[in-house]
Design a protein around this ligand. Structure first.
Ligand SMILES: [Zn+2]
Length: 381
């Protein structure tokens, strides 16, 4: 029997996620059949994993009940030895499921976020190409900002009206809707939406979305957005991946830009310079910084993203543009991310980058970057 590979382990993680997750509010429900099929597949894969490590047949789950019990009593390092190497020792001992059949932080950390980012990145790249061709760099910022909370859960007409107002060419509009939105059908809705990410504001939303709760508690407080729709109108909401890779980061980046502009001696802050090669360009009298802001929930996923996307890593290590010195390029982790994750986020990110031979990427927290910037401005080295 072949030794299981990393890919085998990744499939198990995703099957566990599918097995346990409830349907989202508007998501098309999985056909029951495929759910059952996936559960069987999960049992089969765990059996294979156990057998290939030479374990006793009695220990191996056969039924759904066994499976639940197994996921609640066996440490993940038992059947995911390769993946769990990236985790802290105490997380390696954790089970996949908690007392109430919820996914534990340990297993959640193994669910990579980068697939979602990758797909939406493709659409962003396509949009960027259009903008480059049009020769109007300012469209880039406009389009990024368009994906703000108030443009979620809207009718096609309203979306187009808003785009037209921002002078986004009419010929791009359908494609933008097609690539970044999904239809949720024609529902009669009069609902409140989260002012941060634009998702429906349920009772638990601000509890379950750590990021939105954080924004609510700290610098920003926005009122919920209320919208009503007619029963005959088709309503469009963001593709979930847009919330994750555009909307939430935008809140953080805008806030950071505003904050940086309050520091005396900061001459200019440009968002998405070189058509989004970086997130921020920060200019002082003596030095220009190029900042890539990355807001991943788990350090492991972020390190994996750079390992997979060589171009992105290269951008931080050896910039293509001749006016960018590599010592001025930083990977910045926003304040809210460090505050809502553990205080070891940065340490774990650095370890994960080292494990992938990417230790030369300069990781900096928002707080430390501000200190560095102030030092530069004062000129005391
Ligand atoms: Zn939200």
């Amino acid at each position: 029997m072949n030794q299981p590979t990393l890919a085998d382990e990744e499939i198990i993680v995703h099957l566990i996620k599918d097995f346990i997750e409830r349907e989202g509010l508007f998501k098309k429900s999985d056909k029951k059949y495929s759910k059952v099929k996936k559960t069987r597949e999960l049992i089969r894969r765990i059996q294979y994993m156990e057998l290939s490590y030479g374990r006793v047949v009695d220990d191996i789950p056969q039924t759904i009940r066994d499976l639940v019990n197994y996921l609640k009593t066996q440490p993940i390092s038992r059947y995911l030895p390769l993946l769990s190497q990236d985790l802290d020792i105490e997380l390696q001992k954790e089970f996949a499921l908690g007392r109430y059949n919820q996914l534990t932080p340990a297993i959640l950390e193994l669910i990579t976020e980068d697939n979602a980012h990758e797909q939406i990145q493709k659409h962003i790249v396509a949009l960027r190409e259009k903008i480059i061709k049009s020769g109007k760099e300012e469209f880039y910022e406009i389009c990024r900002f368009f994906f703000a909370a108030e443009n979620n859960f809207e009718t096609r007409n309203n979306l187009k009206r808003r785009m037209t107002k921002l002078k986004i060419p009419a010929s791009w509009q359908d494609e933008i809707i097609q690539n970044f939105y999904v239809s949720v059908g024609n529902k009669k809705l009069s609902k409140e939406f989260c002012p941060y990410c634009g998702n429906p504001l349920t009772n638990e939303h601000l509890e379950t979305s750590k990021v939105c709760r954080h924004f609510k508690q700290t610098d920003f407080f926005f009122k919920p957005i209320t919208k009503s729709f007619n029963i005959t109108e088709e309503v469009y909401c963001f593709d979930e991946k847009v919330v994750k890779s555009i909307v939430i980061p935008n809140i953080g980046e805008q806030r950071l830009r505003d904050l940086l502009l309050t520091i005396p001696g900061v001459i200019e802050v440009v968002m998405y310079p070189y058509f989004d090669s970086y997130d921020l360009k920060v200019v002082t009298k003596t030095r220009t910084f190029w900042i890539d802001v990355k807001d991943y929930q788990y350090p492991r996923s972020l390190a994996q993203y750079f390992a997979k996307e060589y171009k992105q890593a290269q951008k931080l290590l050896r910039p293509r543009q001749t006016d960018i010195r590599s010592e001025d390029v930083f990977l910045l982790i926003p304040k809210h991310r460090i505050e809502i994750s553990s205080d070891r986020y940065l340490k774990r990110l650095r370890t994960n980058l080292e494990n992938r031979n990417l230790s030369r990427i300069k990781v900096i927290s928002e707080g430390d970057f501000i200190k560095l910037l102030k030092k530069e401005i004062k000129g005391d080295y």
